[in-house]
Design a protein around this ligand. Structure first.
Ligand code: HEM
Length: 172
């Protein structure tokens, strides 16, 4: 089933907003993670670890789900399909992988926020949010490049679909 032009543009707008918004929110979390590692001001360090958790919970997680949902609708509702082009499959894998790691990482962020409100400052400094945020930024950057360039590679499933579609066109 293919979407009409207005619906397609509407879903695409939602998809780009959610996906690139997710990338921007990851960049914001990197600033907090860097401040938490580098700042000599105790309030900044504690504040950064306290803010990383709600940022993930109320922004990163909803945006990652919105990106996945709109991306799947956009794929299934257009000629791109979900498993026909390698660039779409790669983005699906990036999204699912990053979302699962993010959900698992919420525990660590909760622990860091709890320590930040009461614990000792030296045991608090932790490079892992910087590392996770850095890897997420690279993966989402890669997904953005794939989206814009849309490399040609077609999967075996995509080739079969092309053949049946061409045969159906020839018969009409
Ligand atoms: C991982 C994070 C993602 C980012 C950063 C991202 C980013 C983007 C961007 C910027 C575009 C617009 C490109 C253009 O038309 O020039 C786009 C389009 C598209 N995305 Fe994503 N996307 C992501 C995830 C996904 C997922 C999970 C899927 C589906 C499995 C998906 C499927 C698509 C499709 C099919 C289009 C083309 C829509 C069309 O031309 O009608 N994306 N994406």
């Amino acid at each position: 089933m293919t979407m009409g032009p207005a619906l397609r543009k509407g879903v695409l707008t939602a998809h780009v907003t959610a996906s690139v918004g997710w990338l921007g929110a990851v960049a914001a979390s990197l600033v907090l993670a860097a401040a938490a590692m580098a700042s000599s001001d105790e309030l900044v360090v504690r504040g950064a670890y306290l803010l990383l958790e709600p940022l993930a919970l109320y922004l990163l997680v909803p945006l990652s789900f919105a990106s996945l949902l709109t991306g799947v609708i956009q794929s299934l509702g257009t000629r791109w399909g979900l498993f026909r082009h390698y660039w779409v499959v790669a983005k699906l894998l990036i999204n699912v992988f990053a979302s699962i790691v993010l959900l698992l990482y919420l525990r660590t962020l909760g622990y860091l926020a709890a320590t930040a409100s009461t614990g000792d400052l030296t045991s608090l400094r932790n490079p892992s949010p910087l590392l996770h945020g850095g890897v997420a930024l690279v993966l989402l950057g890669l997904a953005t490049v794939l989206s814009v360039f849309k490399p040609k590679g077609v999967t075996a499933h995509g080739r079969r679909r092309q053949t049946t579609e061409r045969a159906a066109m020839a018969q009409t």
